[in-house]
Design a protein around this ligand. Structure first.
Ligand code: KIV
Ligand code: ZN
Length: 387
């Protein structure tokens, strides 16, 4: 396997599903898990089995039905959680237990009300216990983003020695700046013995809108797994968006990263997740928003009609969108009107176009968007235009 292969760990069904109002039933989770498998993700975090009987059941069913990706179950660094996660993962072809504990001062002092030494002890015990069930154990240092690097390295050194195979360095609160997060990964790579035998993972939240940038800085500094969700859903402002990190890697091929994602399935799966979770995708969302390939100002429309690449860095077909959209608004120009008129069967002469444009502006100033029916109506009011 190439040293530059980036493992895509999808947590839509765990971190994504934690969002209020996004709860899925087992059938819906199974449907999404199968689509994630088709998409080509390497790991599916299927749930948090101890959290509810429904989640346990969903993880177990996904293990039965989805065979290619690794199936991962979350647990706290608590024996009961780990045991239940192991039970839920029993029939998985490639099971992984994801266990961990908070490491930042605020987690240690206020959430756990303990000491740093006790956190290390619990982390080691959790990894060792998880290893008694499965070979593949991922450890998360919750709030690693706000944990000082020296202490974080001590925790990570201890869990590497206990047998952790994957090391998750979450920016749980979305606090880090990209260079800071990248430097944290680099620090661990340089200061933890034996870390080269493990996979370092990013898990970035989007509280400052930096989740994608932080994940990319993570892999540029040595991480080889990105934890992410479809549409970037997740706690608060969400997680790193799968479609964004994948397309960053594709558009910047010179970075040399490789992944298994079938990018043509990005838009269909975005719509599936949005529909099943009842969570609307913001129209201007990168890659999968309805406006991601829509052009509405005259200057941009003219450029795109002449050559798509003038204003588009991604071919919409590559991400499962049929075509770019030329949207007619009061900011549109003649080039866009001629283009849309041609699409509905009218080849306008220059003179006809001038007349249609004049009428068009009156309608466009009254409404947000001018559709095909409106345009047909306008064209029909102009003398002499034929199909
Ligand atoms: O954000 C976070 O720290 C998490 C962990 C449970 C992995 O979701
Ligand atoms: Zn998270």
């Amino acid at each position: 396997m190439s040293d530059n292969k980036i493992f895509i760990f999808d947590t839509t069904l765990r971190d994504g599903e934690q969002v209020p109002g996004c709860k899925l039933n087992t059938q819906q989770k199974l449907e999404i898990a199968k689509e994630l498998e088709r998409l080509g993700v390497d790991v599916i975090e299927a749930g948090f089995p101890i959290s509810s009987p429904g989640d346990f059941e969903a993880v177990a069913r996904i293990c039965d039905m989805v065979r290619n990706p690794i199936i991962c179950g979350l647990s706290r660094a608590v024996e009961k959680d780990i045991k239940v996660a192991a039970e839920a993962l029993q029939s998985a072809k490639r099971p992984r237990i994801h266990t961990g504990i908070g490491t930042s001062d605020s987690h240690v002092k206020f959430k756990l009300k303990t000491t740093r030494e006790k956190v290390i002890e619990r982390a080691v015990a959790a990894v060792k216990y998880a290893k008694s069930f499965v070979e593949d154990v991922e450890f998360y240092a919750e709030d690693a983003g706000r944990t000082d690097n020296e202490f974080l390295a001590r925790v990570i050194q201890a869990v590497v020695e206990a047998g952790a195979t994957v090391l998750n360095i979450p920016d749980t609160t979305g606090y880090c700046l990209p260079d800071e997060y990248g430097a944290k990964i680099k620090f661990l790579k340089e200061n933890v013995k034996g870390i080269h035998k493990t996979i370092i993972s990013t898990h970035c939240h989007n509280d400052l809108g930096l989740a994608t940038a932080n994940s990319i800085f993570g892999i540029r500094n040595g991480a080889r797994q990105i934890e992410c969700t479809i549409n970037g859903i997740g706690e608060r402002a969400g997680n790193t968006s799968l479609e964004e990190v994948v397309m960053v890697m594709r558009q910047h091929g010179h970075l040399g990263f490789e992944d298994n994602i079938q990018t043509k399935l990005l838009n269909p799966i975005s719509q599936l997740v949005s529909d099943r979770m009842g969570m609307v995708v913001q129209p201007n969302k990168a890659i999968v928003g309805t406006n991601a390939f829509a052009h509405s100002s005259g200057i941009h429309q003219d450029g795109v009609i002449k050559n798509r690449e003038t204003y588009e860095i991604i071919n919409p077909l590559d991400v499962g969108v049929d075509q770019s959209k030329i949207v007619l608004t009061a900011r549109s120009g003649r080039a866009a009107i001629a283009y849309r008129a041609k699409n509905i069967g009218y080849n306008l002469t220059k003179l006809e176009l001038d007349k249609v444009y004049e009428q068009f502006l009156k309608v466009a100033d009254r409404q947000k968007e001018v559709g095909d029916d409106d345009l047909t109506g306008i064209i029909k009011t102009v003398d002499g235009v034929t199909v």
